[in-house]
Design a protein around this ligand. Structure first.
Ligand code: BGC
Length: 922
C-alpha cells in the first residue's frame, strides 16, 4: 500500500458582485466575482497539499487588467472576516495571474478547515475583499484512515456469477451516539464499486453511481461530505448500500484474459465528529457493523440492469432502533490495493429529467419513446398488487415492425425489473446502473401506462455547460444539439465510447481531439485531469500504454494513435484551462512512452506500429463496418509516424514549459528526423500527394507541419479534389482524419468545403445521421445500414474536430496558443458563402466570452464580449480599416480598441476587456 497526501475540499462557488462578508467595504470599479479551486462542488477532494486558487474579476468599463493580488487564508470564518490570515497572508503580489495560484501558507493538516478570500489591484483601481470560499482538508495519509475494510467476500445463495452476473446489493448499518454538542462532522467514504450513504434515514449528497471508477488495484477514490446537519443529539445510525459498478464487474468467469475483475463490494468509512469542546471522535467501519444482502436490490449490473423487489424493503434500516437481529456481522475483507485518493472530478448526478414523447401498444407490451437518445434511466410510477412485476427493456431504436431493437447491444440485457409491494402509488428508480436508450419496452405494467407514469433521468458528470452555439444554418444547429447529447451521455466518471452495449469502455482514441472540442461545451477540466491519472496508472513498467484506461479491458496493443491521447489531453488542459500541473505531473511517464514506442517500433526512420488505421472511414458498401478497399485505407505507418511527429512537437513545448531545454531540443530533432524519412517514403512532390492520396494521408502532413516548403498549395488542391470531385463533396475520413479535417480546410483557405461537409444531408455526413433519425452522433457513417455488432447510435468519435471548428472558426472564439487559457483570445470567424450569422458564448476560466456576428446586404456586424484581465485580437472582414466602426465611431478611435494592421481582407484590432459592437462594409 502506497501512502499519498491528499487534501479534500469542501467548497462553494461564490458569485456575489462585491466584496467582504455581508456588505461591501467600498464601492469599487472592479470586484472579484468568482473564486475557484481545482474543485467546485461539494462533496469534493483535491489531490494536492497546495491547492491551486483562481478567481475572476468583473467591472464596468473596458480594458481592465490585474496588476497585483493578495490572498488571506484563515482557520475559521471569524478570523478570515477580521482579516487574520493565520494560515496565510500572501501580502500584495505584483502579478496579472488570476488562475492556479498555489496556496503557499501554513501546512494544511488532515481534516482541518481553511477559509480564504482575495483582493486585486488593477489599472482601473482596487477591488474590495472578495466573498470567502472554504476548503476542508481530507485524510492526507493512509494512517489517517481508522477502522477496517468490511463487506462479504462471497456471493449469497440467491446470487449467480456468470457471463450475466446477478449479485444483490449489500446493505450495511451501524448505530452510534453523539455524546456532546457537535461542531463539525465530516464523513469519508470509499464504497466499492458504488455506494449510497445514509445518515439517520436521509441520503447524503445528490451524487449517483459514485465514486468515480478507477483501476482499483492501483488506486481508489474517496468522497467526503460535510454531514454536520445530519447528526442528532444522542442516538444516530449510518447505513450504506454497496453496488457492483466496475469493481465486481458485470461479466464474471468470462474472458478473464481480457476483462479485469476486482472482487466483491466493500466499504471503508470514517465519520469524524468534532465536538464544540474541542474533542473529537471517529465512527469507523469495523466488525460492529451489520450486513445483509437480502434487501430489495436483488441484482445490479451495469450491462444487464437492476432488479428491485419492493417487498424486500426494510423500512427504517438506516435509522436508529431498527431491528437488525437477522442481519449478519460484517466481515473483514481484503483491502482493494493501491492508493486512497481524494476524488478530484465531479461525481455523476441526475442532471436533467425529461418526459417521454409517446407510448404505444406493441402486442402485450408497450413501447415508450423518450424522443432523445441519452444515458441514464427511467423513473417509474405504478399502482398494483403485491408481487406484480414491471419489466423495462431499453434500446436505442425500434425495428420496422415496431418491436424494440436490441441487436446492437450485443449481450447486454439492459433490463430493469420492479416488483411491487402493493402499497398504493409506488415510485422507483434504480441506484447502481444506467442504460443508453431512447426507447423502452414496458411489460407487466398493471393497468394501462401513460407517458405521465415515466420520467427519463439524464445522468452524467456534474459539470457545467459552458458553451452555447447557433448559426443561421439549421443543419449545423441540429448537429451541434446531437453532439451535445452525445458528449454528455458518454461522461461516466471517465469518458466512455458508448453507453448502451456491453462495452462502455474508456477508449483513448475516441477523445484524442474530441476532449478539446468538448471543452467548449462542458467544463471537463477535472474529468480529463482525472483521466490522465487513470492513463498513468495503467502504464506498464516498460512504458506501454493501453488503448483503454482504466484498463478494464486489457488492450495493450502498442499503437501510436490511441495512447497519443495521454499527451493531447494534457495539451488541451493547458490550452483551454491553463493547467500546467497536469503536464508537470505526467511529463516523465509521457516521455517514457514516447521513448518506448520509438525504441521498439522505429524502422527506416519511421514509426511502424499502428493498429486501427483511419478507423471507421465510410466503407464502399453500406453493410460493412470497415472498408476493405485499399484506396480508402490510409497506410498505418503514415498515420503512426505523422502522429508521432505531432506528439514530438507537443512534447517539445511541454519540455520548454518545464525548463527542460535539452529534452526540447531532443524532441525537435526526433520530429525532424522522422519528418525527413516520412517525406522520402510517402511524398510524391510532382503530384502533390502523399502515399495513396487519401484525404487523411494528405491532411496529416499538412496540419502537422511535415510538408516541404512550397508544396502546401498542391496538397490542399489534392485534398479539395478528392472531396469535391471523387467524393462529390462528401467526407471520406475516419476517426483519425476527421480530427483535423475541418480546421485544416479552414486554415488553408477552404472553409467553403468545410461548410459543405458540415451541412451535407446525404451519405456520408453528420446531416445524413439526422435525416435517418439520429438524436446523437453515430459510431459509423453508415450507422443505419451496417452490421449491428459494432454500431452504436451514441458515440462521439466521428465528431473529430467539428466542435472546435464551430467555436474557433465559425464563431471566432479561440485561445491564442501563445497566451493559453484565453488570456489572449483570437477572434477570427470564417466568412463562408451561405452562412449569414453565428452566435456563441463560452464561459472560459477567465470569464464569459461572446461572439455574435451577422452579414446582410454588404454589411458585417459583430458584437463581442471579452472578459476582464484578458485581451483579444479581433479580425474584422473589411476592405480597409477606415470602413470599420465600433459603436458609432470609427474603430480605433474608441476606448480600448487599437488598430494593428490589415491582413488580407481583414482589419486587425487589439481590444481589452469589455463589450464591443463592430460594423464594417464588406
Ligand atoms: C469502440 C471504439 C474504439 C474502438 C477501437 C470500438 O469497439 O467502440 O470507440 O475506439 O473499438 O478498437
Amino acid at each position: 500500500m502506497k501512502y499519498k497526501s491528499i487534501i479534500c475540499l469542501i467548497f462553494s462557488v461564490l458569485t456575489l458582485p462585491l466584496a467582504g462578508w455581508g456588505k461591501p467595504e467600498t464601492t469599487q470599479a472592479v470586484s472579484v466575482v468568482k473564486l475557484r479551486t481545482e474543485l467546485l462542488n461539494n462533496p469534493v477532494g483535491i489531490d494536492a497539499t497546495q491547492p491551486r486558487l483562481s478567481w475572476n474579476i468583473a467591472g464596468a468599463g473596458r480594458g481592465i487588467r490585474q496588476t497585483a493580488w493578495q490572498i488571506i487564508a484563515a482557520s475559521s470564518p471569524e478570523k478570515l472576516a477580521s482579516g487574520q490570515g493565520d494560515l496565510w497572508n500572501s501580502g500584495k503580489v505584483e502579478s496579472d495571474q488570476s488562475l492556479h495560484i498555489r496556496y503557499s501558507g501554513a501546512a494544511l493538516k488532515s481534516n482541518t478547515h481553511c477559509y480564504w478570500k482575495v483582493k486585486v489591484w488593477t489599472n482601473k483601481g482596487e477591488s474590495g475583499w472578495s466573498n470567502s470560499a472554504s476548503l476542508t482538508v481530507g485524510l492526507l495519509n493512509y494512517v489517517d484512515w481508522k477502522g477496517r475494510w468490511i463487506g462479504a467476500d462471497h456471493g449469497f445463495p440467491w446470487d449467480s456469477e456468470t457471463q450475466w452476473s446477478r449479485l444483490s446489493a449489500r446493505y450495511l448499518r451501524k448505530e452510534f451516539d453523539t455524546k456532546k454538542e457537535v461542531k463539525h462532522a465530516t464523513a469519508y467514504i470509499i464504497g466499492l464499486g458504488l455506494y449510497e450513504l445514509y445518515l439517520n434515514g436521509q441520503k447524503v449528497g445528490d451524487q449517483v453511481l459514485a465514486p468515480g471508477p478507477t483501476d482499483y488495484l492501483k488506486g481508489v477514490k474517496y468522497n467526503a461530505f460535510d454531514v454536520t446537519g445530519f447528526l442528532k443529539a444522542g442516538k444516530n445510525a449510518v447505513g450504506t448500500v454497496l453496488g457492483n459498478g466496475r469493481y465486481y464487474t458485470m461479466r464474471q468467469k468470462y474472458k478473464p484474459y481480457k476483462i479485469k475483475t476486482f472482487g466483491y463490494p466493500k466499504l471503508l468509512f470514517n465519520l469524524i465528529i468534532e465536538y464544540k469542546d474541542g474533542s473529537s471522535e471517529t465512527v469507523v467501519s469495523d466488525e460492529s457493523w451489520k450486513l445483509t444482502a437480502d434487501g430489495p436490490i436483488r441484482s445490479n449490473n451495469e450491462y444487464d440492469g437492476e432488479e428491485y423487489d419492493a417487498r424486500k424493503e426494510m423500512p427504517g434500516w438506516s435509522t436508529p432502533g431498527f431491528n437488525d437481529s437477522k442481519w449478519q456481522e460484517a466481515e473483514f475483507v481484503q483491502e482493494p490495493g493501491g492508493t486512497y485518493e481524494a476524488q478530484m472530478n465531479e461525481n455523476m448526478k441526475v442532471m436533467a429529467t425529461i418526459k417521454p414523447v409517446s407510448i404505444r401498444k406493441q402486442g402485450a407490451k408497450y413501447i415508450l419513446d423518450m424522443g432523445q437518445n441519452f444515458a441514464g434511466w427511467l423513473r417509474l410510477r405504478v399502482k398494483g398488487a403485491k408481487g406484480d412485476s414491471v419489466k423495462l427493456r431499453f434500446g436505442e431504436n425500434v425495428q420496422p415492425n415496431g418491436e424494440l431493437y436490441v441487436r446492437n447491444l450485443r449481450d447486454a440485457r439492459s433490463t430493469d425489473v420492479y416488483v411491487l409491494k402493493g402499497a398504493g402509488q409506488e415510485s422507483w428508480e434504480p441506484a447502481f446502473i444506467y442504460h443508453g436508450f431512447r426507447f423502452v419496452e414496458v411489460s407487466g405494467y398493471p393497468g394501462t401506462p401513460t407517458i405521465n407514469d415515466f420520467d427519463g433521468r439524464v445522468v452524467y458528470d456534474d459539470m457545467k455547460n459552458t458553451g452555447t452555439f447557433s448559426t443561421s444554418d439549421a443543419t449545423v444547429n441540429q448537429i451541434y444539439k446531437n453532439a451535445y447529447w452525445g458528449i454528455l451521455s458518454n461522461y461516466k466518471g471517465m469518458p466512455v465510447d458508448c453507453p448502451q452495449r456491453n462495452e462502455r469502455q474508456p477508449w483513448l482514441g475516441d477523445r484524442t481531439t474530441g476532449s478539446y472540442g468538448e471543452s467548449f461545451v462542458f467544463d471537463n477540466s477535472r474529468l480529463y485531469a482525472k483521466w490522465l491519472d487513470d492513463i498513468h496508472q495503467s502504464q506498464k513498467e516498460d512504458g506501454s500504454i493501453p488503448d483503454v484506461a482504466p484498463a478494464f479491458w486489457r488492450y495493450y496493443g502498442d499503437n501510436v494513435t490511441w495512447p497519443a491521447t495521454y499527451i493531447t489531453v494534457a495539451e488541451m488542459l493547458y490550452r483551454q484551462y491553463g493547467d500546467l500541473e497536469s503536464i508537470r505531473k505526467h511529463y516523465d511517464p509521457m516521455k517514457k512512452w514516447m521513448d518506448y514506442m520509438a525504441g521498439k517500433y522505429t524502422q527506416d526512420g519511421l514509426i511502424i506500429k499502428d493498429k486501427y488505421g483511419d478507423w471507421c472511414v465510410p466503407p464502399e458498401s453500406k453493410e460493412l463496418i470497415h472498408s476493405r478497399d485499399p484506396k480508402r485505407q490510409t497506410d498505418g505507418v503514415l498515420i503512426a509516424s505523422a502522429t508521432y511527429i505531432r506528439l514530438s512537437s507537443i512534447m517539445e513545448d511541454f519540455a520548454r514549459l518545464l525548463g527542460k531545454d535539452q529534452d526540447a531540443a531532443d524532441f525537435a530533432k526526433r520530429a525532424e528526423t522522422i519528418r525527413q524519412a516520412f517525406n522520402k517514403k510517402f511524398f510524391d512532390e510532382s503530384k502533390g500527394q502523399y502515399s495513396n492520396n487519401t484525404i487523411t494521408a494528405n491532411l496529416l502532413p499538412l496540419v502537422h507541419g511535415i510538408v516541404p516548403e512550397g508544396s502546401r498549395d498542391k496538397l490542399v488542391k489534392s485534398i479539395a479534389d478528392k472531396i469535391l470531385v471523387e467524393n462529390k463533396g462528401h467526407i471520406g475520413t475516419g476517426v483519425i482524419g476527421t480530427q483535423w479535417l475541418m480546421r485544416g480546410l479552414s486554415e488553408y483557405g477552404r472553409a467553403d468545403i468545410a461548410f459543405r461537409l458540415a451541412t451535407n444531408r446525404d451519405y456520408p455526413s453528420w446531416g445524413y445521421m439526422i435525416d435517418n433519425g439520429a438524436t446523437t452522433i453515430w459510431e459509423l457513417w453508415n450507422g443505419n445500414t451496417a452490421n449491428p455488432t459494432m454500431n452504436s447510435a451514441n458515440h462521439v468519435m466521428l465528431l473529430g474536430d467539428l466542435i472546435i471548428w464551430y467555436y474557433e472558426n465559425v464563431a471566432g472564439i479561440k485561445s491564442d496558443p501563445a497566451a493559453p487559457a484565453f488570456k489572449r483570445i483570437l477572434m477570427k470567424p470564417d466568412m463562408i458563402e451561405g452562412l449569414q450569422s453565428a452566435s456563441a458564448s463560452y464561459e472560459s476560466v477567465q470569464g464569459m466570452i461572446k461572439s455574435e456576428w451577422k452579414r446582410s446586404s454588404g454589411t458585417f456586424s459583430w458584437t463581442i464580449t471579452v472578459p476582464a484581465n484578458t485581451s483579444a485580437m479581433v479580425y474584422i472582414p473589411a476592405k480597409s480599416a477606415e470602413q470599420v466602426k465600433e459603436g458609432k465611431k470609427k474603430a480605433g478611435l474608441t476606448e480600448g480598441v487599437k488598430f494593428l494592421r490589415m491582413e488580407g481582407n481583414r482589419a486587425v484590432f487589439e481590444v481589452g476587456s469589455g463589450n464591443y459592437s463592430f460594423t464594417s462594409t464588406l
